[in-house]
Design a protein around this ligand. Sequence first.
Ligand code: NAD
Ligand code: UGA
Length: 467
Amino acid sequence: MNNTSVEKIVVIGAGYVGLVTGTCLAERGFSVTIVENNPNKIKALLNGEVPFYEPGLNILLETNIKNKRLSFINNIPEAMKSNPQVVFSCVGTPPLSDGSADLSYVWQVAVEIGKNINQYCLVINKSTVPVGTGQKVKKIIETQLKERNATIQFDVASNPEFLKEGDALNDFLNPDRIVIGVENKKAEELLHKIYAVFITKEDQFLVMNIPSAELTKYASNSMLATRISFMNELAQLAEQVGADINQVKIGMAKDRRIGPYFLNAGIGYGGSCFPKDVKALIATGLDYAQPMTIIQSVEDVNNTQRMLFAQNILNHFGNSISQKHLGIWGLAFKPETDDLRCAPSIDIVKILLEHGTKVTVYDPVASENFRMLFKDQVNYAQTSQEILNTCDALIILTEWKEFLKYKPSDFIKLKEATVFDGRNCFDPTEMFYSGVKYFCIGRNSITKSLENITLSTTQGLSEVLKR
Ligand code: NAD
Ligand code: UGA
């Protein structure tokens, strides 16, 4: 490896990935400029404010702005004037209506780089992009250089990001692995110099070709989504056969080859990534006449899971659903984020509203984002307790830590002492003995067998009394 250090880094896009990448690189000593073209976001960032909820990010951002390692700018041409050695592209790749990834932001970035590059630069794609995108980015930059009659060396690389929202800083600062897709040693060395401060073992740094790195990202998210859908489908069977999905999970997880992660049954995965990346992998399969049948089923099970949960609520209340006041705990697609993208809460609340139900919602951080979507169609509680004090029944959609502190006896306050738990936060046996009607995922056979025992004991007693 040669010894020239990486002095200037440009990161394009101040979303979850760009802002975390830029801030963490600055935290580790690099001089970073983040480019963001959304005027509202750039305004907040220039004031040192994080435009979304991500634990710890505001503190790290403030520190690195103060020590002048981190700065913000609103356009790529200006950022390229500083002649950065590396540019990380972290723009969004949302789904198009056919499920494939919308790469328009990625292409725009490539055009702007091609128009404004002045000296050698490594262009690193960190967004989640289909196989072949790296090659197309290279062609776009080459075309722009030709139009300028300029001969400037550059390389492209793929460096997919694996951070998860809510724990993004920890994931970035202490990664399980760094995957890089490169075409030559120079690009590999530059990336190694950047990531040397993040890795503790050399086998964390995985070097491959660009298509393999691009596919590794989709494969990883799809594998995690597959585990979730597998457990959700199994949870439906568990209900039928009298099994408890949590016990099944424990039994499986003790096998070290399987492990305990991403095996929680619930109302399915949401968020900005699993739903879109699963769809995009299916679309790539179709492009190559290679149907992704497993991953198509993963998507189908996930879509069904939240609908089945909503249907159980409708079935329980029957025609009286329009007279009910139901409370919702948790709106974000998972705890520790205010992100509502593909959150099950959106579909479930829509269904309840369509049936004329009065709905009051509570989330520790996502209520304001929810208000932007649902306005005054629902009521907003200030505390989780307020829901228990005012509603007929409770629906749990996100397993925030705050909710887990409640005791089963606390739910008796609900007018109908009824809880629909989409995240299996409580113990069905304890709920039963506290007098709460509790409906969860893949564990309802526990409640049914307790009801049967109680029924047969009561029947037995009345037989004895009759005699
Ligand atoms: P995001 O939509 O939150 O952020 C993208 C940002 O890029 C936006 O702020 C947008 O205004 C900005 N932008 C777009 N075009 C620009 C341009 N030409 N110049 C400057 N700024 C521009 O997206 P995100 O959640 O950060 O995701 C980015 C990519 O990373 C996606 O491909 C996603 O799949 C992937 N990813 C996301 C996560 C996650 O947890 N959110 C994790 C891993 C990978
Ligand atoms: C996910 C991946 O975990 C990250 O590695 C990846 O970088 C990121 O997508 C991405 O590509 O953007 P994230 O979407 O932030 O991260 O959230 P996860 O913690 O993975 O949860 C995703 C969804 O799965 C949530 O709705 C969660 O409730 C659900 N989930 C998770 C389950 O239903 N069961 C589980 O056992 C685990």
